[in-house]
Design a protein around this ligand. Sequence first.
Ligand code: KG4
Ligand code: ZN
Length: 347
Amino acid sequence: MKILAIETSCDDTSVSVIEAKNNFRILSNVVSSQIKIHRKYGGVYPLLAKREHQKNLPTVFKKALKQAETKKIDLLAVTVGPGLEPCLWQGINFTIDLAKELKLPIVPVNHVEAHIAANFIDGNPKKIFPAICLVVSGGHTQLILMKNIGKYKILGETRDDAAGECFDKVARILGLGYPGGPIIAKLAQQYNFKIKNRKLKISLPRPMIQQKNYDFSFSGLKTAVLYEFKNRSPRIRKSKEYTLAICHEVQQAAIDVLIRKTIKAAKDFKAKSVILGGGVAANKELRKQLKEKIEKEILNSKLYLPNPKFCTDNAAMVAVCAYFNRSKKKNWQKIKADANLRIAEPQ
Ligand code: KG4
Ligand code: ZN
């Protein structure tokens, strides 16, 4: 079965064609990033993103079909939420036009579920449930109990900013550029091997780490960075050592909270596996430390880490997610955007 999927929930326009048999073959996965356009705002500007999707979709679609070397598609899929409503509609309207032309049904896909499905691109999941999923991106930070494919319970989530959003805002405060996550990760890594003589002591809070629930809060971490930065002299603020040290500390603060709550959930629910997903899942330090912690503390849980190229938004994960949800296919008349779509109601 060949599935063509479209993703436009935020600032990446993506179209992918996959072939699903016993396993998945990615025939194409074209992503057009709008980073350059949003860079000057330090974040995503929704109406500009919508315009860019509209402009880019036909080209990205043509490229994806050409790379896939096929015209025969059996099923369409599109992200319907959560995400930026004007952006979601661009992908949906494009998919609806295709559905009418090709007389095909559409599988509506949840973006957060697609981030989880990114882990199954290399193979069907077997004997992995119950699983604890940590989805961390620019728009979401959720801990989800996955009882089976399609059976979810939200255990906890951020009460304010998402972890990726916190990195993006911190990078803006420090004048480092957009998106903040990869830049902070790179500078944090340099701190480890460049700064041997550590005179600067920076210590940031680990919000909600002591609380027994599975919720997060990252807006206080961003504010703590703002005050730490404002209280330093211009000489210190401009120094390389300071930038590296603060990037290292903010990354570690977020990782500490994310890992602590994930391990607690995995133990509490006797998880057979822990699954990471979302743009922040590309963070090498988060991947490494989560792996170490699971190996040390919960020996019988298997860790799933998505291939780095499928961590940030892409349509291949949407196509794979649609395959698992193929029984939920609908006629185009029933496909609508839901900016606040949830994978399940909170516990
Ligand atoms: O999943 P994604 O592409 O979009 C949303 O669904 O939000 O995630 C984008 C987010 C951005 O906030 C970006 O800063 C963050 O993922 N990100 C990272 C890394 N790569 C992307 N954060 C930390 N380390 C990275 N290597
Ligand atoms: Zn995403």
